[in-house]
Design a protein around this ligand. Structure first.
Ligand code: ATP
Length: 326
């Protein structure tokens, strides 16, 4: 039986840049090592201004290290990083007031009260957002006087998000902004990201949720093994060379090698569970007709038959060979 489509068939479009436009983030050949471990291995990433870019990747792929290099918290071992045209380490003083950073954890004095901290952060900026509505919409009203260390994980997360955006930054980095949030808080976070984008703010977020990347982002960068394996809009990535999936169910143990003989050379087929079949390749009306007529010739009555577009999850699996784990 022929093998499944290889990752190399997925295109790697470069996000279109308007002529003369300075990228919000431009990473070229970034290398970062921790001792003998190479966490980021020659990574290129471009983020266009005013867009939402989702950085996806399996655990340990190098997402956080890349984002921390953009935030100025890590000094590259090789390569260049430019954020709003500046070097995040050398130009940190000029850059910090222009960006917002939401870390996965830490960076907050554990005894400080939630609301005080947010108001303090707002005062550090020239044109902050109004604090009260922000507290309200992120559902932090009931815990404003609570010390940071006594907040629940979800409350700490929402406070970190509020602190990242309260200064009206031009660019925000959000590291797994909705991990561990309940559905309501997740929706509020998505709404806030959409509003930031509508206000012209550039957003870079790391996430483990495919639906989050699909719903929110203009561009998705899939990182694997310290490099970008593919970057493009969710639609571009899912088009994946016109690949589709045909699924049907029927009698278990069909002779797929015989079926494949009737199909174009770049088609693959597999019996996923007994009696559940998947055919991948360029699924067109002719191929569908060939499969159904082959079934008819062999006395197979498919109970169910469907043609599905590739999802971002399929693309991710093909590229990395790994499922996303939260
Ligand atoms: P996750 O999805 O699990 O958060 P990630 O894609 O963000 O992963 P990184 O946190 O950037 O990945 O880590 C990349 C690799 O570098 C991993 O193998 C990790 O164990 C290693 N690493 C990260 N930080 C350090 C450190 N401070 N010291 C040593 N190794 C590190």
């Amino acid at each position: 039986m022929r093998s499944e489509p290889s990752p190399s068939r997925i295109p790697r479009p470069t996000p279109a840049e308007a002529p003369g436009e300075v990228p919000a983030v431009e990473v070229r050949g970034l290398v970062k090592r921790y001792g003998t471990k190479t966490a980021v291995d020659g990574l290129d990433l471009t983020v266009r201004p005013g867009t939402v870019t989702a950085v996806l990747g399996p655990n340990g792929a190098g997402k956080t290290t890349t984002v921390e290099s953009c935030e100025g918290y890590r000094r590259p071992d090789a390569g260049t990083v430019r954020v709003l045209g500046l070097d995040p380490v050398a130009d940190a003083a000029a850059l910090r007031p222009r960006i917002g950073v939401m870390l996965q954890s830490g960076g907050v004095y554990p005894g400080a009260r939630a609301e005080e901290m947010l108001r303090h952060t707002a005062r550090l900026h020239a044109h902050p957002l109004a604090v009260d509505p922000l507290i309200e919409r992120l559902g932090l009203g009931g815990c404003g006087r609570t010390a940071y260390r006594r907040l629940s994980g979800g409350q700490q997360q929402r406070l970190a998000l509020a602190m990242a955006v309260v200064g009206r930054p031009e660019l925000v980095f959000l590291d797994e902004p909705t991990a561990g949030l309940d559905p309501q808080a997740r929706r509020a976070t998505w709404e806030l990201v959409r509003e930031l984008r509508a206000d012209g703010v550039t957003v870079v977020l790391t996430t483990h949720f495919m639906d989050e990347a699909e719903q929110l982002s203009d561009d998705v960068a899939i990182i694997d093994g310290g490099r970008v394996a593919a970057q493009g809009s969710p639609e571009e990535l899912c088009r994946g060379g016109a690949e589709n999936t045909l699924r049907f169910t029927g009698r278990p143990g069909l002779d797929l090698a015989a079926l494949l003989k009737a199909l174009p050379a770049d088609t693959a087929a597999a019996e996923l569970t007994p009696g559940t079949y998947r055919v991948t390749g360029r699924i067109d009306p002719q191929l569908l007709a060939t499969v159904t007529s082959w079934c008819a010739q062999h006395g197979v009555m498919p109970d169910r038959i469907s043609v599905e577009r590739h999802t971002l999850e399929d693309v991710f699996l093909e590229l990395t060979g790994k499922e996303l784990r939260v």
